[in-house]
Design a protein around this ligand. Sequence first.
Ligand code: GLU
Ligand code: ZN
Length: 461
Amino acid sequence: MGWVTAPRLRIAPSPTGYFHIGTARTALFNWLYARQRGGTFVLRVEDTDRARNRDEHIAGIEAALRWLGLDWDEGPYFQSQRGPLYAEAIEKLLAGGSAYACACSPEDVQARARAAGNKTPGYDGHCRDLALAPTHGRVVRLRTPDEGESAYDDLVYGQVSKPFANVQDLAIRKSNGDPLFLLANVVDDSDMAISHVVRGSDHMDNTHSYLLLWNALGYGPAPVFAHLPLINNDAGKKLSKRRDKVAIEDYRDAGYLPEAVRNYLALLGWAPGDDREIVTVEEMMAGFRLEDVKRSPAIFDERKMQSVNSEYLRGLSSEVFVERTQKWLEERWAPIAPLVQQRARTLSEALAMADFLFLPEVPLDSAQWQKEVARQPAFGAILDGAIERYPEVEWTAEALQAATVAVGEKAGVPQLGKAQAPVRLAVTGRSVGPPLFESLAVLGLDRTLERLRAARDRLGR
Ligand code: GLU
Ligand code: ZN
């Protein structure tokens, strides 16, 4: 074992702009294990992909963990700030012959795989023995054995093995010199003395390459692995951002209680030993064991989470219930209130102007919708443009306005007032209301996109 006394675990999210249900479940299991044994729970942000590395994404990770009550002891550490450590490891691997430079473009790799009739296109080892210099513009790959078998013990899945012939030479450094996930992940687990790697089973294959790297870097005994089962939706399909509501933030915004969400997450792969669905955090702490995690995919069913949530709601005293609803409302009301204050004649009117922020579904005014659809031939083109552009903009009112102007121009609607009308209807359900871009800024990217897409579907092609 790589640990002598208290275990060290980590949650290592990549900044994606939202906190995935699966990441939350992984964080919970790591946290439970660390807390049960007086261990340490580390937060490490895996932001090697510079394009995604945005401050608000990182703030979102911390906010989601705090909301779920999963406190961490160390970090956040940022991979983007640890470049020299990774460069040094890559040097060492190159010098020892465990890694090599590769001059193939992704197109070359694909073309050869296709020509060879490979069903799962991967890298064929073309540059392995060419002794190319690891110059800028070339990726660096891990050399994997051709013979024998890779095997490791997993606390959940038992012995996991794979013939080395099926483990491809994965890239560990990009052609621009940036380290890749696999390398940074291994270097950090060693540097942070992680004793248990508890993560999604989508990483099970990576673990073979992980261990090759670990050993090539001479790190000594490797951590213990526990891979957690996939999470499927209630139709048995793998949870996906496009199809399913996978962001923890969506449930926070919909008014779930964090303790109920945490309870439900614990049931995604683990059970307290009977059919009980309500498990307090103390009971989890007492009963949770990695060895008891199930291998079969867990099913995420929002209705089930709703029923757990309603149990928690009923369990609150009425004073606490009032407090919790008020707090939820206030957090959402504070940023939008100044925008409606100048426009409303009464308090109830003020609330009605901002109801789209609180309601789970858009309060659609269908008469106005039909009128606007009939009047604006570019309605669909504007929605398409917004759906395409908004994910790329900095989420501020000014940037959203500029993006909407650009969308309008492309759709042949240069006047901002006209270009924003379809967006306003899609997102707020009405054609009048508080300033649109400030409202979108409060609503957030995910909910905005979800509503734009729903409107696009409603419109048809
Ligand atoms: N950044 C990886 C992910 O989000 C972490 C994998 C790991 O926990 O090792 O999937
Ligand atoms: Zn190559």
